[in-house]
Design a protein around this ligand. Structure first.
Ligand code: ADP
Ligand code: MG
Length: 303
């Protein structure tokens, strides 16, 4: 099989591991920097050009598209889809999960457990917005944030008002969310591949930090998840239409709640925490799924 990894950096752990796992299986692996791809989108025969050449003969592509290049990255991926190349995750599913609001609305429609969440741009009644989600303490998030940046805990109503007003002044879209205190600064990352949770880890924020992000000093450990957590993660992945994703859950006193669904989950933390060969599992999944042509159009037209 000829497989492309759409990644900006061949040196990243996840990219290296996927190349290694593919080559071990005798696949012809190529790392393609999406930002350097260019395309004639009106041509009868869709193609992707890269470094002066036509990218032809690919059987599958693995999108590893960073949040900052979602727009262009999904356009390149879409071009591959038009060329009938099997995508591990489809462009529409990636766009769906990248938009936090759209993702939460879809998950809520399917009845998945979520923290009580409101969103706003310029609320004319901040007081009512705070009341709507149950009052302080509250978590306030910038819609475009990643790696824990732009996620603020407001312990009092006064603090919540100041933060909301500050974000409003920045013309930003915000999420206002019930604070799941009982999660104790930890979350659970479930790695879902082909509708199954293949690995899970617990991430614990550093002392005094409510955010569990590794980038904010959190640490990862192996964990056993409950059947309810397992089914929540699988349903979240199915709702997004993603073959591969990381579903982040918080343990709340009203059951597991979904924080977010990540369409390019990093492999380093989860392989280290679990000792599993996730890259190998991904390559085996692609070999099977691409040959069955199963993923195509599964999620089309679902918003
Ligand atoms: P990012 O996309 O920047 O990672 P998240 O929404 O995942 O933003 O929030 C970062 C972390 O903050 C989460 O992993 C979680 O540990 C903590 N957190 C976020 N929202 C809440 C909440 N409503 N209650 C408790 N902890 C939260
Ligand atoms: Mg997160």
């Amino acid at each position: 099989m000829k497989i492309g990894i759409l990644s900006r950096n061949p040196k990243l752990y996840s990219t290296r591991r996927l190349v290694e796992a593919g080559e071990k299986r005798g696949f012809d692996m190529h790392v393609v920097d999406v930002l350097r791809c260019y395309m004639n989108i009106t041509s009868m025969k869709p193609t992707v050009h890269y470094k002066g050449q036509d990218l032809v003969g690919f059987d599958a592509v693995i999108p590893r598209i960073g949040a900052s290049v979602t727009f262009y990255g999904t356009a390149v991926l879409r071009q591959f889809e038009m060329m009938n190349v099997y995508p591990l995750n489809e462009s529409v599913a990636i766009s769906r999960s990248r938009d936090k609001l759209r993702a939460l609305q879809l998950l809520s429609r399917k009845g998945l457990g979520l923290p009580v969440t409101g969103f706003a741009h310029r609320p004319d009644d901040v007081d009512d917005l705070i009341k709507m989600v149950g009052g302080a303490p509250l978590v306030i998030k910038l819609l475009e944030g990643t790696q824990g940046i732009g996620v603020v805990l407001a312990e009092t109503k006064g603090a919540a008002e100041s933060v909301i007003e500050a974000f409003m002044g920045m013309q930003a879209n915000i999420l206002v969310q019930e604070f799941i205190k009982e999660a104790g600064g930890a979350d659970i990352r479930c790695l879902v591949l082909g509708g199954k949770v293949v690995a899970a880890m617990k991430r614990q924020g550093k002392e005094g930090e409510f955010r569990s992000n590794i980038h904010r000093g959190g640490s990862a450990n192996l964990i056993r998840i409950t059947p309810e957590e397992r089914s929540t993660a699988v349903r979240a992945a199915t709702t997004m239409g993603l073959n591969l994703c990381g579903v982040d859950l918080l343990r709340s006193n009203h059951g597991p709640v979904v924080m977010e669904v990540n369409s390019s989950p990093g492999l380093e933390g989860i392989e280290r925490a679990t000792g599993k060969d996730i890259a190998g599992m991904i390559m085996d999944f692609i070999a099977k799924d691409a040959s069955q042509g199963k993923s195509k159009t599964k999620t089309r037209g679902r918003g």
